[in-house]
Design a protein around this ligand. Structure first.
Ligand SMILES: [Zn+2]
Length: 102
């Protein structure tokens, strides 16, 4: 599995950094954002490291979409919205594809 040094999401996926997980499967994780933009802000990420959405494999994209749908359904009673992003994660600043559901 592809990992990147000093990537916080790779550290979380490997179980070496703490995270408030709300869902996980073989290819994705859904976790509470440490700097939420709104109450219930959940990030959906891949277990495997990808720099941007453009590099995401079809299988990884499918996994992210299915997990985002699952999170959105769980948040259905709240004013839920999901956005995709080539997110910048400090430190170090690096892009990372995410889907954010709030
Ligand atoms: Zn990573």
């Amino acid at each position: 599995m592809r990992r990147a040094p000093r990537c916080v999401f790779c550290e979380i996926a490997a179980g070496r950094a703490p995270a408030a997980l709300v869902f996980e499967d073989a290819s994705t994780l859904a976790l509470m954002d440490i700097a939420p933009a709104a109450r219930g802000h959940v990030l959906v990420i891949t277990r495997e490291h990808f720099e941007t959405l453009y590099e995401l494999s079809a299988e990884a994209a499918q996994g992210v979409a299915l997990t985002a749908r699952r999170v959105a359904l769980a948040l259905r009673s709240s004013p839920t919205g999901c956005l995709s992003s080539n997110r910048t994660v400090p430190p170090p600043t690096r892009p990372y594809p995410t889907i954010m559901c709030t």
